[in-house]
Design a protein around this ligand. Structure first.
Ligand code: UDP
Ligand code: MG
Length: 320
């Protein structure tokens, strides 16, 4: 059985963290006598992250690196790490050590007992978060949990996946893949370990409010077409309103008091206009997602690698 543990570490502008993260995790796994490889995925950093990864790889042959041609986002970095991993199981962990690395050992032991997915579940969310973010995140996870039928409120990207689960994930051809939810969606024998989110020591969070909103909308729409049904609902509401108002207008016409009600006309016009535009927006969003998927562009582009990796960057295929 392949006992190797691949640790996938998405890294974006983490020059301050790479050496420390590499050494901390390597030391822990060495002491626990777990065979390992560390896969740093440099997600188009604008600082010296890639140079730092290369230095670590030169010092320790178990450290390997994948360099993206630009920033493709954390999800893409995770998928690249999984694709290049050679282990019988993979752990995905943040580069900033906010996910406690000691838990990797606990996860690995559970995997040895036969579990195929070990979810890292947040015990607390850390103090760094702004309250508005906290509330928004709560709303988002409520919706996503309902859509996926899995409790996502404390879910994180910190998890261990057996090779079978990794292959299942890699076979999903969806470009806009939401790792956190898809890794539950695929099933398998799952258990969880709780952890406390630590404070970030160096650097700062890569999330702005706007990027969080985009992330939420994109992930909700990839699990549900419900917003499109809202369009039908809005149409139905408008129909009911127009029936009532139509009745009133006809009555006024018959009784000869039809001249009044100009304000109503304006309000109804504006109301209808907004609902139509909103609906077009929702439909347009889904069409643009279909467009994105159908173009079939890759999730990421690899510019180079370092260290001895299982896969090499894929050669172009003949597409007819
Ligand atoms: N990250 C990435 N690409 C990005 C943004 C972030 O690979 O475009 C990595 C980042 O280096 C870190 C992890 O994803 O290892 C989590 O990012 P961050 O700490 O900014 O998020 P937070 O912990 O605040 O949710
Ligand atoms: Mg972080």
């Amino acid at each position: 059985m392949n006992q190797l543990l691949s640790v996938v570490i998405p890294s974006f502008n983490e020059e301050g963290m790479i050496p420390r993260t590499a050494k901390t995790i390597a030391k822990l796994l060495q002491e626990a006598q777990i065979p390992y490889e560390l896969l740093f995925v440099n997600d188009g950093s604008t600082d010296t992250t890639w140079e730092k990864i290369q230095t670590e790889a030169a010092a320790n042959p178990r450290v390997k690196g994948i360099n993206f041609s630009r920033n493709f986002g954390k999800e893409s970095a995770i998928y690249a790490g999984l694709f290049y991993s050679a282990g019988g199981c993979c752990v995905v962990i943040d580069c900033d050590l906010q996910h406690p690395p000691e838990k990797i050992i606990e996860m690995y032991r559970l995997w040895e007992e036969g579990y195929e997915i070990v979810e890292g579940v947040k015990h607390s969310r850390g103090q760094t978060e702004r309250y508005t973010h906290f509330l928004a995140a709560k709303c988002f996870y409520k919706i996503i949990s309902r859509l996926t039928n899995v409790d996502m409120s404390r879910a994180s990207d910190f998890k261990l996946l057996d090779r079978k689960a990794v292959n299942a994930l890699l076979n999903i051809r969806e470009k806009n893949a939401f790792f956190r939810a898809l890794s539950s969606w695929i099933g398998f024998k799952t258990t969880s370990v709780e952890f406390d989110v630590r404070e970030r020591e160096v650097g700062e969070t890569k999330w702005s409010t706007w990027s969080l909103i985009k992330y939420a909308v994109s992930n909700i729409s990839s699990f549900s077409a419900a917003p499109m049904q809202i369009v039908s609902l809005l149409g139905l509401i408008m129909l009911l309103i127009s029936l009532v108002l139509g009745g009133i207008s006809l009555y006024q016409k018959i009784t000869g008091t039809a001249l009044e009600g100009f304000t109503t006309v304006i309000i109804i016009n504006l109301f209808t206009g907004s609902i139509i535009m909103l609906s077009l927006g929702i439909i347009g969003y889904y069409i643009s997602k279909i467009y994105d998927e159908i173009q079939g562009r890759p999730k990421y582009i690899v510019r180079g690698t370092c260290g001895d990796l299982k896969n090499t960057p894929t050669e172009p295929k003949d597409i007819l």
